[in-house]
Design a protein around this ligand. Structure first.
Ligand code: SF4
Length: 168
């Protein structure tokens, strides 16, 4: 027991490997600059869970943790689609969530973009053939970008948002 306690005190955390600070800073700064150039202001994101297992959400939440700290670059998550530029949609769209997802998209002002996050949102995940799912986000909404992964890492999410702004 004493040995376990000692190991826990001296070992590094393994739940959140520290990202490369320089890479994150460079990506986030470029994202911020692109958002300001394209939109005239910072980027606002509304996350929508359309039926995910929640692992994709954990990675999205990590963008706000002390390692990534997205808000320092003017990229923020908002509570209402009416304040959003980007809908970040996770999960295979369940039949129960299809209408809510469509209403969220309708409530988001133009210009707006839809990013499908994860294999499920792309239509290729483990729940693809479930009777309870409509399927890929693109079966309900026009999708601008797919970020693959199960789940995608926060750094992949950042790269995806950057690619989205660069392509617009
Ligand atoms: S892509 Fe993977 S992590 Fe994301 S909702 Fe589907 S099963 Fe979960």
């Amino acid at each position: 027991m004493r040995k376990l306690l000692f190991e826990a005190l001296v070992s590094k955390t393994v739940t959140e490997p520290a990202p490369d600070d320089a890479e994150v800073a460079a990506l986030a700064a470029t994202l911020d600059a692109s958002a300001r150039r394209r939109l005239g202001r910072s980027l606002s994101i509304r996350a929508v869970d359309a039926g995910s297992c929640n692992a994709c959400e954990l990675e999205i939440h990590a963008l706000n943790n002390a390692f990534y700290d997205l808000e320092r670059f003017g990229i923020r998550f908002v509570a209402s689609p009416r304040h959003a530029d980007v809908l970040l949609v996770t999960g295979p769209v369940t039949r129960n969530m299809a209408e809510a997802l469509m209403r969220t998209w309708t409530a988001t002002p133009d210009p707006k973009w839809v990013v499908a996050v994860g294999e499920c949102a792309a239509g290729t995940g483990v729940f693809a053939d479930s009777y309870a799912c409509v399927g890929a986000v693109s079966r309900v909404l026009p999708v601008d970008l797919v970020i693959p992964g199960c789940p995608p890492r926060p750094i992949e999410l950042l790269k995806g948002l950057l690619a989205l702004l660069a392509a617009r």
